[in-house]
Design a protein around this ligand. Sequence first.
Ligand code: SAM
Length: 325
Amino acid sequence: MTVSLASVWNTAPTSAPAQRKDRYVPGSSAHPAKMLPVLAAHAILAYTRPGETVLDPMCGIGTTLVEAIHHGRNALGVEYEPKWAHLARRNAVSAMLDGGNGHGSVACGDARDLPALIPAEHHGKIALVLTSPPYGPSVHGQVRSSRETGQRGVVKRDFRYSHDPYNLAHVPTDALLDAFTDILTQCRRLLRPGGTVVVTTRPWRERGELIDLPSAALAAGEAAGLIPTERNVALLAGIRDSRLIPRPSFFQMKNVRDARRQGTPLHLIAHEDVLVFTKAAPPAGTCRSESSRGSYEQHTYSARKPPTAATYRSRTSTGRHRHAL
Ligand SMILES: C[S@@+](CC[C@H](N)C(=O)[O-])C[C@H]1O[C@@H](n2cnc3c(N)ncnc32)[C@H](O)[C@@H]1O
């Protein structure tokens, strides 16, 4: 795979199931918000070298790990839900057995405890953090028709991460953003100087209101002491004969059609935002401890006060919202 230098990443030349076919263990498709494998591969190839280590602190079924292993990188994953962590482990083992040159391991736990979950030998050595926070439920789910279910109307399935109220997918948006800032702060401490963080995310609508998660994630990264360096686009749509071919879920399509019927000219979301941050390298001649607050970032990054998640909240979200259906 050659990595394009363009800021628009052509990450859906084939559908998500086609990208995962014969590469992911059965049951993986049940996760409601997986990263596109081509997107993960693009980020890994663009920001790491063979033999380096990639971390996904919210790894779901382990897409980051599988793609890292297949491309000769080592990978660490953390996932809160035991069932997804189990699948991530199985996917990582399958990638190793399938000829991947990298090594992968997965811990089950809360990413806010990252330093305890990641073995000390990796602290300060990780080259890339690649992750995506939980998304709103309107972008998830598959449907079964009345013919399949015997019930009237369509039935939504595979749209939940779990029923655990502490899963960050199920907490109010404000709490998700605070937790995500914490997680990125832990990630920064585990990264090597000059290391990269890539966050993929997209907005969603809740009762008609736009929840601008990409802007919130950008603010969270800055609040975590990371330096924003790029904002790219990863296509969720294919390209045929110079046209974009979106691959929306039934419910995304329904939401857009309903909105248009009511006079709001919405578009289907056919891309993810890819936010890229770096961890400042220490200025030449300094050897300050990264574990203390007020660490060397402040030398290079003090001109502008980083926005907090609260700055974002006052702009886009009312703070009342839950990720409930
Ligand atoms: C958008 S999904 C990531 C999917 C993943 N990139 C993949 O391709 O499978 C976000 C994941 O974060 C997990 N999660 C939620 N709260 C968490 C926490 N506190 N610590 C770690 N993982 C968490 C969810 O269970 C979910 O699997």
